[in-house]
Every structure is written in structure tokens, then in C-alpha cells.
Design a protein around this ligand. Structure first.
Ligand SMILES: Nc1ncnc2c1ncn2[C@@H]1O[C@H](COP(=O)(O)OP(=O)(O)OP(=O)(O)O)[C@@H](O)[C@H]1O
Length: 250
């Protein structure tokens, strides 16, 4: 696997209420699927939004292959909000997104066609977001996210609100993107779905990373690892009384 690529150094963004991210250090190597896990309010979205300059950091820096500026055009951010224009056709939306980031009209059209075909959305090119299922809407948003041919793709909760089949399709797609050499940074609440695809796991709690290591799917269970580093609350939610020795674990 590749050399160090994204370096996050002592990055902090603390809101007035004291929440946020605090002196974060992370190295993300190219060609990996890098999972950022943590409970609600841990700081996952804040970290991604700070990387994408939606928030100005209080301190710290981010470098990409040693560069400190100008690299965001090589990144893409798939947010957890469904902020798509409901009445617009998905093909038009992709082309428009491409042109917004400075891609020529002819190239925008070519890339849109290619991406919608790859994502099996070709026959819905003229359909509006409003007329598609949640899974298809997410795929169409992903097409728009990929339109600038990013080297690194950041996905905040991409599988939220998806049914099992759409979730599996999306995760397969991420694996394919990794196989094409892309670097994928993903946050998710659904820990077990990441078991087979992640290469590295970082766990954040109260704005601080408490775990940051390569992950071996054949030797480790992501769910156990996660709950060990967070606390027993998640296990309690899943299994009920953790002291009940006689009860069944299902
Ligand atoms: N714009 C903001 N102003 C003030 N506080 C904020 C702001 N954005 C986030 N926070 C707070 O910062 C903390 C981290 O929030 P963040 O959204 O980064 O968590 P998260 O790990 O992404 O959570 P979730 O899994 O629920 O999306 C929370 O306590 C949140 O309330």
C-alpha cells in the first residue's frame, strides 16, 4: 500500500459550548478505506467539515502529499444531508455540478454519461430526484460527488436510511472505487457493515481520537473493537442486560 498522503496535524475546532474536535493527528494513506467511527456528537462531521473549510480551524493544519494549499479540488465530500434539488433531473444535476467546478461542457456531458452508466442509473438520467427511491437518490448524489474525478472521497454516513440491498450496493461500489486507487474516508453508525471493507479504523470520542490502527478483517471484529473503545452502552442497546449470564445472546 502507498505512502502517507493526507496528514492532519494538531487540528482543533472547538465551538463556544466546548464541543468540537481537539488537537487531532491522523495520517491517511492512499488507496485505503479509512473508517472514522464514534458515537453521536463525537466530532466526525466537524472533522470532515473542517477539512473542507466549512469551519475555520482554531489551530492545526492539513497537508496532502506535503502540499498545504490547493488540494481540495482533488477531494470530494459526500455529506450526510439530503440536500438535492428535488425537481431537477439527475443527469442535469451531474452536468451542472461538473460545470460548477470548472469542467468543460463537453467533458461534463461525457463524464455524466459514464458515471450514470457505471452506477446503473443510465435509464434514469432524465428522472428527477423526487421521483427516485432513497437508494437511487444516494447513488445519483454519489455520481455528482465523483464528477470531478477525486483522488480522495470523504463520505459522511453514506448508508444512513438505506435498505439492506442499497446499502450493500453502495458498499460494493466503494470497494470498486478503492480498487481503482481512490482513497475513501467514511463515517458510519452501522459498524458491522464495514467489517469486510475497511483497511484502517480510527475511533473518536468527545472530539479526541482514542484508537487509530490498521484493521485486519480476518483477525478482528470491528463491532467488538468499537465497543471496547467506546463503552458498553452500544452492547447494552443491542443485547440488553449485560450482566444476565443465563440469558441468550442472539
Ligand atoms: N455549528 C456548530 N455549533 C455549535 N456546536 C456544534 C456545531 N456543529 C457541531 N457542534 C457540536 O459539536 C459536537 C460534535 O458534532 P458532530 O456533528 O461533529 O458529531 P458527529 O460525530 O458527526 O455526530 P453524529 O454521528 O450525530 O452525526 C456536538 O456536540 C455538536 O453538538
Amino acid at each position: 500500500m502507498g505512502f502517507k498522503m493526507i496528514e492532519i496535524i494538531q487540528l482543533s475546532k472547538v465551538f463556544k459550548n466546548g464541543a468540537g474536535i481537539k488537537k487531532i493527528d491522523l495520517s491517511i494513506k492512499e488507496g485505503q478505506i479509512f473508517a472514522i467511527l464514534g458515537p453521536n456528537g463525537a466530532g466526525k462531521s466537524t472533522l470532515l467539515k473542517t477539512i473542507f473549510k466549512e469551519y475555520l480551524p482554531d489551530e492545526g493544519k492539513i497537508t496532502f502529499n506535503g502540499e498545504t494549499e490547493g488540494f481540495l479540488k482533488k477531494f470530494s465530500f459526500y455529506t450526510d444531508q439530503s440536500l438535492f434539488p428535488k425537481g431537477i433531473g439527475i443527469g442535469f444535476f451531474c452536468r451542472y455540478t461538473a460545470e460548477l467546478v470548472g469542467i468543460s461542457a463537453s467533458k461534463a456531458k461525457e463524464r455524466t454519461k459514464h458515471l450514470l452508466k457505471t452506477l446503473e442509473l443510465e435509464k434514469y438520467t432524465k428522472k428527477t430526484f423526487a421521483s427516485l427511491s432513497a437508494g437511487m437518490q444516494k447513488k445519483a448524489m454519489l455520481a455528482a460527488t465523483l464528477i470531478n474525478e477525486p483522488e480522495c472521497i470523504f463520505l459522511d454516513e453514506p448508508t444512513a436510511n438505506l435498505d439492506v440491498e442499497s446499502r450493500r450496493a453502495l458498499l460494493n461500489l466503494l470497494k470498486q472505487l478503492k480498487d481503482q486507487g481512490k482513497t475513501i474516508i467514511i463515517t458510519s453508525h452501522i459498524i458491522d457493515e464495514l467489517q469486510n471493507i475497511v483497511d484502517h479504523v480510527a475511533i473518536i470520542k468527545d472530539g479526541v481520537f482514542v484508537y487509530d490502527k490498521p484493521f485486519d478483517k480476518d483477525k478482528e471484529q470491528l463491532e467488538n473493537l468499537y465497543f471496547n473503545y467506546i463503552d458498553s452502552k452500544g452492547l447494552e442497546q443491542k443485547y440488553g442486560d449485560l450482566t444476565n449470564f443465563e440469558g441468550e445472546i442472539n
